[in-house]
Design a binder for this molecule. Structure first.
Ligand code: NAP
Ligand code: ZN
Length: 349
């Protein structure tokens, strides 16, 4: 199938219109027309090759919501017209111990990412959701629950699951004290999801600018991370901190804020950090961890949770041809709190 989208041709070129082929339907494939695609900071990192494993042409986009246009002969869960979604993964081995436990993101043979990866059968490049159509195997397609606004749901497919998964893994429940470092796309979903679980949520931001937003999103307070006195006063006061900062940074100021046995989970920066000290780790038996997205069953659970609790991202809708400007704004942390591309604007772009 011929389709089109926006792609980066190298790590220095802006995104521009790009025509390409989607594969013919395999028996277990679902084809969809993409209606909305969220803009994740990972799309920006990958377009610029910040992590060193981008492949070009690169069609970003892994927060995908669409409508089914065709299904393969063996597909049983979806039919033409269904509202569906695809996140950061489009395949895994589905046979290893991790896949069998529903942790496809930890597949022993490596998950197949939605873009800048290789199809497991043909080795052809995978292309993401900044495009008109997508073909994906049934097991990696999610159902958009009735009652979830499809124009706003897309960011749940990455920002939502990446923050929901650590909240569940570390067993957050009502009354727990959760800190969220960085109030961007992931951060604002962490606040909403933790608050919906009944946690007491604190935003740790670089300035006071987002204080009113933090409270409106469900946090009880905003702590300015550049204020040493306020940080000192918050010592040992968190059961879990989720750090969403997208660049190399110093995590030492956050470690003493954890209570005994509590964990700092890094979901933002990929790669080196400034040197963390073991002192607060040892004296409080505190832990540092990191976490990638979440499994397919957990992603469906998160979508159902959001539908039941009325949790939705704060969305700024953009046109496809505004994407390069959106990337510039994201680099300046000038997003409140997630760009979503309206794919109806892609035709003829
Ligand atoms: P975003 O919308 O740009 O938000 C990042 C936030 O971090 C900003 O709003 C800002 O919050 C803070 N920040 C930005 N620059 C900073 C700096 N230089 N120093 C300190 N804080 C800074 O990004 P996002 O889409 O939420 O993504 C965040 C990171 O998560 C990215 O690196 C992305 O690649 C990664 N990610 C990981 C996974 C995973 O599976 N683990 C999944 C998706 C994304 P304040 O203004 O409040 O300080
Ligand atoms: Zn993402």
């Amino acid at each position: 199938m011929k389709t089109f989208g926006f792609a980066a041709q190298s790590n220095t070129t802006p995104l521009a219109p790009f025509e390409f082929e989607r594969r013919d339907l395999r028996a277990n494939d679902v084809a969809m027309e993409i209606l909305y695609c969220g803009v994740c900071h990972s799309d920006l990192h990958q377009s610029r090759n910040d992590w060193g494993f981008a492949t070009y042409p690169l069609v970003p986009g892994h927060e995908i919501v669409g409508r089914v246009t065709a299904v393969g002969s063996d597909v049983s869960r979806y039919k033409v017209g269904d509202a569906v979604a695809v996140g950061c993964m489009v395949d895994s081995c589905l046979e290893c111990d991790q896949c069998r436990k529903g942790r496809e993101q930890l597949c022993r043979k490596g998950m197949t990412q939605t873009y800048a990866d290789k199809d497991r059968i043909t080795c052809e490049p995978t292309y993401g959701g900044y495009s008109k159509h997508l073909v994906c195997r049934e097991e990696f397609v999610l159902k958009v629950p009735d009652g979830l606004d499809i124009a706003k749901a897309a960011p749940l497919l990455c920002a939502g699951i990446t923050t929901y998964s650590p909240l569940r893994t570390w067993g957050v429940e009502a009354g727990n004290r959760v800190g969220v470092v960085g109030l961007g796309g992931l951060g604002h979903m962490a606040v909403k999801l933790a608050a919906a679980m009944g946690a007491e949520v604190t935003v740790l931001s670089r300035t006071k600018d987002k204080e009113a937003d933090a409270l409106a999103l469900g946090a009880t307070r905003l702590l300015v991370s550049s204020d040493p006195e306020a940080m000192m006063a918050a010592g040992s006061s968190f059961d879990l901190i989720i750090d969403t900062v997208p660049v190399k940074h110093d995590i030492n100021p956050y470690l003493p804020l954890l209570d005994i046995d509590a964990t700092l989970v890094l979901v933002g920066q990929l790669g080196l950090l400034d040197e963390p000290s073991t002192l607060p780790l040892l004296f409080g038996r505190r832990r540092i961890a990191a976490s990638p997205i979440g499994g397919i069953a957990e992603t469906q659970e998160m979508l159902d949770f959001c539908a039941a609790k009325g949790v939705l991202p704060e969305v700024e809708m953009i046109r496809m041809d505004e994407i390069n400007h959106a990337f510039e704004r994201m680099e300046r942390a000038d997003v409140r709190y997630r760009f979503v591309i309206d794919m109806a604007t892609l035709a003829g772009a």
